[in-house]
Design a protein around this ligand. Structure first.
Ligand SMILES: [Ca+2]
Ligand SMILES: [Ca+2]
Ligand SMILES: [Ca+2]
Ligand SMILES: [Ca+2]
Length: 604
């Protein structure tokens, strides 16, 4: 009886709390908004929605945010197999990526780790496979790869996650050396390889990163696939650092391979690379960021190329793209040199309303911070700031923006590691394994390295490759997944960031694609500051971060206004949202679910 009364109070508390936030939809069915907005009734073990005054007290001073390696206690035992057997084949040193995704829609981020496998001419085959780890909602994960139907040996490199068939379940695209694979999510915990029926069979590409996005805004997610170079065991070349032993050749020795754009025609894909103006046989692409750099509402494509100029494909809005990288200042270094571009990402780093772009580069090349000056112009600020000095030696694969301390300013993560395992013998100032790096945004788009205060994971050199962020423990702050070539994957838990306020949004498109990829969320705080982010696939290197967006609110207990601009053109406006919640927002409807965070973790 006592329990029933308690449950009743919880339901009332949630309902009253929801009354404070109105959804005003710009859509035609705005009239039905109130009726369709429903409340998620709290389930046992999950705390009720706190009113703003019930938020945990703010400390006078925030403690340092640190990261803790929780891989072992989380039950993640994955080890990457790069297939190496002494021949130093080029693809060995590139993999592999990772993803945070919620494949079973339970509101908890699951983990996917891409793997490579043996080369066809290896004397002994090891049929290694990728690993899907289901989130047990108690800080641990269960390996469900076999049951999910994903235990398929493939020479994998990267991953993109998106609901290509708009059925409400995210699907998985695995990029590979050779045939990349599309796995349709059956909605029951299993996946089916639909590569062929979906029209994605391709010749021998050496693919790397990929991104789902809706370039023609027809409500179906299209796919951009980065390709690297022409390579096969038969055409592998001999290169050497010491003129004796074989080492990995730089990509300069190989012919490039054009990236591809596939248009989704309603569950089937068609290669539209040439008609879209994207054919680039010289391209040696490793990273892609879908960034509307000129804010005209059409998603543009930034491609990081290795030893070739980067590309910035402006979306002309009628099915074609024009490369404006050289004119915009993002193609080359300050000295006019093409660099070894790898991972990439974008964010509004200075509150200007314009997205800036970062690119991870080779050692002795610095991270690129292309600051958006507006009017389609960028200037690389790394050489003139401490970031250039602090990233000079780093060979950076994955890099991304995330607000790790939830102060409202996007910070930078870098996964580093050299490509040559014997580099230290010929270049004593460089090492194969390198420490990851963290840079805090100090305001106005200036960054300061905070790696030395960020905990043991940032003191440990690894051969870093892929990386993604996601809030795997539903406590509101962003955790990190990091992969190592020929080594383990690392789950790094964020500690202390959620002492500041935050808010998370999951988007559900109706006219737009189901994931709401491309939706732009602008958060206005009572102190009149604004932040915006875009729901996106791609970015980083060969990896995909979680789709929900997290906004750091610092000391603000609530958000004044939230505007969600959907790819369809619809705009939903929400007001007076309390902090420390995850809100599920449906296009044209408004909030359909609100979950207070930190969510109390179930104990096994
Ligand atoms: Ca799907
Ligand atoms: Ca489309
Ligand atoms: Ca920050
Ligand atoms: Ca977290």
């Amino acid at each position: 009886m006592k329990k029933q009364i308690l449950q009743l109070i919880l339901v009332i508390a949630v309902t009253v709390g929801l009354g404070g936030c109105r959804s005003q939809s710009a859509s035609e069915d705005a009239g039905s908004t109130a009726a369709e907005t429903k409340t998620a009734v709290p389930t046992p073990g999950v705390s009720a929605s706190p009113s703003p005054e019930e938020l945990p007290p703010l400390p006078d001073q925030f403690a340092e945010v640190t990261f803790t390696d929780v891989t072992a206690e989380a039950g993640v035992h994955f080890v990457h197999n790069n297939g190496a057997f002494g021949k130093k084949y080029l693809p060995e040193t590139n993999g592999s990526g990772c993803a945070f995704l919620d494949y079973d829609n339970d509101g908890w981020q699951d983990i996917l780790l891409i793997n490579s496998t043996s080369f066809p001419d290896a004397p002994k085959r090891i049929d290694s496979v990728m690993a899907l780890y289901r989130n047990n909602q108690d800080g641990t994960f269960a390996d469900v790869t076999v049951a999910a139907g994903l235990a398929k040996p493939v020479y994998g490199q990267g991953v993109a996650v998106g609901d290509y068939d708009n059925d409400g379940f995210v699907d998985i695209f695995v990029t590979a050396l050779g045939q990349s694979l599309l796995f349709r999510n059956n909605g029951d915990g299993t996946f089916t390889d639909v590569t062929e029926t979906a029209g994605l069979t391709s010749p021998g590409y050496f693919s790397s990163s990929a991104a789902f996005f809706d370039y023609d805004k027809d409500g179906w997610l299209d796919l951009f696939l980065c390709n690297y170079v022409e390579w096969s065991p038969e055409t592998d070349l001999f290169c050497s650092l010491d003129n004796i032993n074989k080492s990995y050749c730089t990509p300069e020795k190989y012919q490039g391979q054009s990236s591809r754009l596939y248009r989704n025609t309603g569950g089937k894909f068609v290669d539209v690379t040439e008609e879209a103006g994207l054919l680039d046989p010289g391209g040696k692409s490793l990273g892609v960021a879908i960034v509307d750099f000129n804010r005209d509402g059409w998603p543009d494509i930034f491609v990081a190329n290795d030893t070739q100029p980067n590309m910035l494909y402006r979306n002309n809005g009628e099915g074609t793209f024009t490369d404006v990288a050289l004119l915009s200042g993002v193609a080359l270094s300050e000295e006019g040199k093409a660099r070894g571009g790898m991972g990439t990402d974008f964010a509004d780093i200075d509150g200007s309303g314009n997205p800036s772009i970062i690119v991870g580069n080779f050692s002795l090349e610095m991270l690129a911070i292309f600051r958006n000056q507006g009017e389609g112009l960028f200037i690389d600020e790394a050489p003139s700031t401490n970031v250039g000095r602090d990233t000079l030696l780093s060979l950076t694969f994955a890099t991304f923006f995330f607000d790790y301390d939830l102060d409202g300013r996007p910070d930078i993560f870098m996964a580093n590691g050299h490509v040559a395992d014997d580099i230290n013998k010929v270049q004593p100032n460089l090492t194969y394994a390198m420490k990851p790096q963290l840079f805090r945004n100090e305001g106005d788009g200036r960054f300061r390295e905070t790696s030395s205060q960020a905990g043991p994971p940032f003191q440990k050199p690894v051969v870093g490759r892929g990386a993604a962020y996601g809030d795997y423990d539903n406590d509101g702050d962003l955790d990190i997944l990091l992969t190592e070539n020929g080594g383990p994957a690392y789950l790094l838990r964020n500690d202390n960031a959620n002492q500041a306020r935050f808010v998370r949004f999951k988007t559900v498109g109706s006219e737009s694609n189901r994931d709401g990829i491309g939706a732009e969320i602008t958060v206005s705080l009572p102190d009149e500051t604004k932040q915006w982010q875009v729901v996106h696939s791609g970015s980083s290197y060969c990896s995909q971060s979680e789709l929900p967006l997290t906004f750091g609110l610092g000391r603000n207990d609530e958000i004044a206004t939230v505007e969600i601009a959907w790819p369809s053109g619809k705009v939903d406006t929400l007001t007076d949202l309390p902090a420390n919640h995850l809100y599920v927002v449906k296009e044209g409807v408004g909030i359909t679910e609100r979950t207070p965070l930190p969510m109390r973790i179930k104990r096994p």
